[in-house]
Design a protein around this ligand. Sequence first.
Ligand code: THU
Length: 137
Amino acid sequence: MTNEQLMMEAKKAREHAYAPYSHFLVGAALLTKSGKIYHGCNIENAAYSPGNCAERTAFFRAVYQGEREFEKIAVAGGPKGREADKLCAPCGVCRQVMMEFCDPETFQIILADGKGGCLQHSLKELLPLGFGPENLN
Ligand code: THU
């Protein structure tokens, strides 16, 4: 699965976004090491803070299904009515959720580069010195 293909899946997931407050629609496509894709979208709430990001929706769907091994995630976000072709980087909370389930050295985060292509960063690049399960030992 190429980064571009996974980004297309994230764009499809974005069509499911529930974002009546920010009107900022986000989709994510999470690829497991076994080759399965879990999709997620942002889901907002009238009380605002209970809202969930697309990345966490994808992770929580996958973890519920028993998945624990992840290769990469693509994220596509942007204002409603516009193509999701600009950079939309995961928030700090989502990076921390990734830290729980992924090897920061190898897990890759795929983002739109704003020029029709994709950027790729390891979780370690986006969350340097992150706190994970290993730190509790
Ligand atoms: N959002 C995501 O779903 N993922 C990101 O990477 C950035 C932000 C959502 C949260 C909120 O519903 C909306 O985008 C505006 O912040």
